[in-house]
Design a protein around this ligand. Sequence first.
Ligand SMILES: Cc1cc2nc3c(=O)[nH]c(=O)nc-3n(C[C@H](O)[C@H](O)[C@H](O)COP(=O)(O)O)c2cc1C
Length: 330
Amino acid sequence: MLDRLLLEELLAEVRLAPSVHNIQPTRWRLLGDDTLLLLEDISRRLPAADPSGHDVRLSHGAAIEGLSLALGRRGLQIAQVEPLSDVTVSDGLQPVARIAVAAGGELDGLADFVSTRASWRGGFRAFDPAGEAALEGLPTSSTDLVLVRDPPAVIQIAQLADEAGFHFLCDDAHRAELLRWMRLSRSDSSYERDGLSAEAMAIPGVVALGTRLVLGPLFPLLHRLGLAATLASERGKFANSAVALFHRPDGEDSLASGGAFYRAWLAMTAQGLAACPVSVLADWPASNRQLVERYCVPMRRRLVNVFRLGLAAGAPAAGRARLPVAELIV
Ligand SMILES: Cc1cc2nc3c(=O)[nH]c(=O)nc-3n(C[C@H](O)[C@H](O)[C@H](O)COP(=O)(O)O)c2cc1C
């Protein structure tokens, strides 16, 4: 059933799944003709932004969902995902899960949106009636979302996102790590491979040059002058947007949450909506608590992430930085 050629074909689709900071930590090994081993490239972890490994595990979960969608196109399916724990790291690779593949899969409608889903970090245009309808379709397609539409409430969340973002930016290690994954110039040899390109972040060329200084050596001074928060503010990006709070059962393995996270995002794409996670809102305990209380996230559910979403005012970035398939097979 599975061989190297088919795995390469599958991974060409799987690699389009989202990953935190576009670190693409997931690697694959064929264990037999119906079994795959998912491994983590531990050199790609984010000790400052993601000390618990939660976001990296969510990213693996999204990759597994990507595999499921790609298999479905070919009449195959995932029969079992067996998470592995306490497995030793070898050659910088940590086994994460054993995945059994079987015949009998079906094409999933969301598979058609794998190639067009992308993080939208540009502006939004005002909702028109079709956009309103698309938005209303979302909560019925997923029980994992609480939608916030009211513009004053969205503005309040935007302010909270700035507070949460600034909380993390004040940590030197966090900023240094973020800069390591930013690809601010096309001359960066990894621009098309991984990380966050200036284009994907919707940062104009001149501003991109300044970003390295603002997040790097100038940050302490700008902070003392009270300018750093204003310069780092992303509040404007919420103009005309709605917000979706993505929640999953308390205690759920992030591998499973990651699959649902990817499906929720694909459902937004399917509705013609552009979206981008704003993880800081879920990661900072103070903002997470506020959102859960204010927007009545159901009991025994965990606020896993938050999306800003709406109608894109512009075209998506031309290319998407991804590692070559051959590097994903180990
Ligand atoms: C768990 C997780 C958290 C993310 N958090 C953020 C975020 O806070 N801000 C952001 O701009 N993008 C975030 N992203 C989006 C990734 O940066 C994005 O998926 C990656 O750069 C690949 O680009 P693409 O989504 O356009 O394919 C997150 C993605 C994942 C999987």
